[in-house]
Design a protein around this ligand. Sequence first.
Ligand code: 4AD
Ligand code: MG
Length: 478
Amino acid sequence: MRNLKQDIKHILDEGKINMPVEVYGWVKTFRNDRFIVINDGSTLQNLQLVIEPEDYDEAFLKKISTGAAVRAKGELVESLGKGQDVEVQVKELEVLGEADPETYPIQPKKHSLEFLREKAHLRPRTTLFGAIMRVRSSLAFAVHEYFRKHGFLYVNTPIITGIDAEGAGQMFRVTTLDPLNVPLDEEGNPDYKKDFFGKKTNLTVSGQLEAETYAMALGKVYTFGPTFRAENSNTTRHLAEFWMIEPEVAFMDLDGDMDLAEDFVKYIIDFVMKNNAEDLAWLEKRLLDEEKRLPQNQRSELALRDKLQFVLDNHFVRISYTEAIEILKNSKPAKKKKFQYPPQWGMDLQTEHERYLVEKHFKSPVIVYDYPADIKAFYMRMNDDGKTVRAMDVLFPGVGEIIGGSQREERLDVLLEKMEKMGISKEELWWYVDLRRYGTAFHSGFGLGFERIVQFVTGMGNIRDVIPYPRYPKSAEF
Ligand code: 4AD
Ligand code: MG
């Protein structure tokens, strides 16, 4: 049986010379019939196994190739070669599973990200995807650690929801009705009473509304789960299935919400900088190499880790939507008519605007707050001006909007009026409205798109490369 403590990370961190080791892993390279480099995912670092070719016959040696799974027993020794301090002098070697070199797609050379997306079941074998997934895992852990330290309760909101519309996006229907034989009601519409739940159900676009009910009892809660949006967005920042972290806090206003968002994001970035230094160093070098091919003016101004440190060291700029529009109107690209969408009050900020504010004007993460009521969801708290709501978006360089949040409308009459105006059913959301009937109070929360922060921290250009199996239009392989 495998000793779960003895992975490559442990051996490299704590191993002593002459120590007996037993390691398992997948072959990265095999050369001179003597040097087998393996990795087991526990760390970016590989481990070199050294065999005596005379100990094995040719047929056996042929089984050792890139991608094969092996087990080796031997002794940890100082390495004479360069590139590693220690290696394993192998006494016993077993090939657990071969990988036919004629067909195994992950060869020791650079593969394009597009190619690897088609081999998503094997791409975690690459150094790049190992690094991304270790960073992703650390970020998830840091999320839980942050909230635990701050007294938040982790609540699990439903994935299948009876909510049909809340303004966050198109939903995926969940049904067990036979598409070729849908029962109809008297009016000829699908009869959802006959469906599994006896009503229309969807995959959730956000856990917020249910999280609010728990915040209004337990004070500080957060969700961290999958969310689904059926928009036809084929961009480098959108997925049809993504993970979202949504804290919700009773008795907290929008200023508190912005403070929480900033503190939280800095905490998880700092955590990864401390705990995934090797992975980040490698990802940084990869980016530098990639960018060498670009003209000078298209290269990043900061290396990956400097960019992360910059976020930690600086206060996020906070400006109102109205101020943001003024800045954009007076900007060079606006004057030269370079924006595809000329900025004007009332429009939603487009990616080009967000990028200008963050990357050109402020050169810093920016929080934009108090958006026009008409372009935001029904539940956001109306300001006294009657035109704007207490919404905030956190904008980051490269990825744009990373967090969206708001102070929630806690006044029953104002909420009902807004729902009416926006065509949100108060019958369907009776329980949400109830919160404003019984012990209502001001409260706020936000949603962090988990893949967007993984993208930012790893420097990956496409969101499809920071989740194991990306879901997007016309793609649900695996
Ligand atoms: O701004 P959004 O739509 O906000 C909400 O869903 C609120 N209910 C959150 C809350 O207040 N509790 O989404 C929040 C974040 C965005 O800022 C973005 O980072 C991410 O979720 N996001 C997506 N990430 C990947 N693919 C998509 N299609 C995304 N849509 C939103
Ligand atoms: Mg948003």
